[in-house]
Design a protein around this ligand. Structure first.
Ligand code: FES
Length: 106
């Protein structure tokens, strides 16, 4: 069971246990983690599940796909480590992952 830590814009940390195969977005919603709206339910069509991947994890999480890149244009304050959390699938290799949620979605 991969553990993920979400850090919000105010610096509050929340660590949850996720199911392998779930996405970073799904794990947040299921565990009541605030800061991820996920209006489209994970279809890569809303950009309201924007997160910043911790620098130490960027290489392991990987680059966004072309569809995600396009959708990230609709997110605000996009940075090089921005990802849409519905497009990050969890596995045991991502146990310990840290992501930060932006102050605002959309
Ligand atoms: S939940 Fe809509 S793009 Fe991720």
């Amino acid at each position: 069971m991969p553990r993920i830590t979400y850090i919000d814009a105010a610096g509050t940390e929340r660590t949850v246990e996720a199911q392998a195969g779930a996405t970073v977005m799904e794990a947040a919603i299921r565990n009541g983690v605030p800061g991820i709206d996920a209006e489209c339910g994970g279809a890569c069509a809303c950009a309201t599940c924007h997160v910043y991947v911790d620098e130490a994890w960027v290489a392991r999480v990987g680059e966004p796909g072309p569809m995600e890149e396009d959708m990230l244009d609709f997110a605000s304050e996009v940075k090089p480590n921005s990802r849409l959390s519905c497009q990050i699938k969890l596995s045991d290799a991502l146990d310990g992952l840290i992501v930060r949620t932006p102050a605002h979605q959309g």
